[in-house]
Write a protein of this length. Structure first.
Length: 351
């Protein structure tokens, strides 16, 4: 079985071919994973512009799919089914992928699987590492999402907590913009943080103790909040610049290091709290921010100290990509789940 995956939820146009291996421990293998990034287009604006993103997806998707098939040495006749991101994401971007996948499925007479973007990120751990010990707690952390999920069985995802305001990656982008570091903010802050003193700037941490009125079914004490941290960084920078002028390179590095320390501490703290509470057998982090060097190192160190297996995707599988969508699609397809051709993209699709 060969699955074609298509991902267009934000600003990456991606297509991939993922093969079933027949090995229960490592069920999937990547035949190809092509990603066309739009970062140079959006950098000028300091963030993703939805209209520009959807137009670029239209320009790129045909060529990206053709290249994915070519690199996998596959034709449309070799593809058993098509998986596509249904949501969440930018609705204009999602519609490009969904429309292309529907047309391809109809023309090739193949079944189609509608995939939740975050399910793809969770399954990227399996794609990279093979089946992980369950139950597991997985942190999905990116520019648009910061959520904890409990995975009791393969393909079963139960939300435990989420961010009340900014996602961690969004906070990175905003602090980078404040410091004049450009877009995207995550990689540059991660790089500069290595040159800074992570205790130089007194920045607050947030610990929530009550349920979110928008999600009363969740206890709330595992939730995340980064808006206060972002505001504290803004006030510190403005106060320093008002009294001493523009921050020096070392001061910028110190802000980056201090900010990153607080973010990583919050993520790791909630993640291991959840692991203890639900007595899981493994822990994972997925999503774009999982590429952060300090987060990866602290996950592995905390896992070693607590003697619990930890899992991460490769750097290529951390960011949005179609291989993870194909993997999640294969999981659903083998469970007998496919979609009718009249399904629609959903910008706020729940998992």
């Amino acid at each position: 079985m060969r699955m074609l995956g298509i991902e267009t939820s934000c600003d990456e146009t991606s297509a991939a071919v993922v093969d079933e291996t027949g090995d229960a421990a490592r069920p999937w293998a990547i035949g190809s994973n092509v990603i066309a990034s739009q970062v140079p287009i959006h950098r000028e604006w300091g963030g993703v512009v939805p209209e520009l993103a959807s137009r670029q997806h239209i320009r790129d998707i045909g060529g990206v799919v053709e290249r994915a098939l070519s690199e996998a040495r596959a034709t449309w006749l070799d593809i058993g089914a098509i998986a596509v991101t249904q949501g969440p994401g930018l609705v204009g971007s999602l519609l490009v992928g969904v429309s292309f996948a529907k047309a391809a499925a109809a023309a090739a007479d193949r079944p189609i699987v509608a995939v939740h973007h975050l399910a793809g990120h969770i399954e990227s751990l399996v794609l990279q590492n093979g089946e992980i010990p369950l139950p597991a707690v997985v942190l999905v952390v990116s520019g648009g999402h910061t959520s904890l999920y409990l995975v009791n069985e393969p393909g079963e995802y139960r939300i435990l907590s989420r961010t009340r305001d900014d996602a961690a990656g969004e906070a990175y982008d905003k602090v980078a913009k404040l410091l004049g570091l450009g877009y995207p903010g995550g990689p540059v802050i991660d790089r500069l943080a290595k040159q800074g003193n992570d205790r130089a700037v007194p920045l607050p941490t947030t610990r929530l103790t009550h349920a979110d009125r928008n999600a009363p079914e969740l206890k709330g004490d595992l939730d995340f909040s980064f808006s206060g941290l972002k505001t504290a960084a803004l006030r510190y920078v403005r106060d320093r610049e008002a009294g001493h002028g523009r921050l020096s390179e070392q001061e910028v590095a110190d802000v980056c290091a201090s900010f990153q320390r607080v973010v990583v501490h919050a993520l790791i703290d909630r993640l291991f709290d959840a692991a203890r509470r639900f007595q899981v057998k493994s822990i994972g982090i997925a999503g774009g921010v999982s590429a952060n060097s300090r987060l990866r190192a602290e996950l592995q160190e905390h896992g070693r100290l607590r003697e619990i297996p930890t899992f991460l995707p490769s750097l290529q599988l951390s960011t949005d990509n179609a291989a993870m969508i194909a993997a999640a699609g294969l999981r659903q397809f083998r469970a007998g789940v496919t979609a009718p051709l009249d399904f629609n993209a959903e910008a706020s699709l729940a998992l």
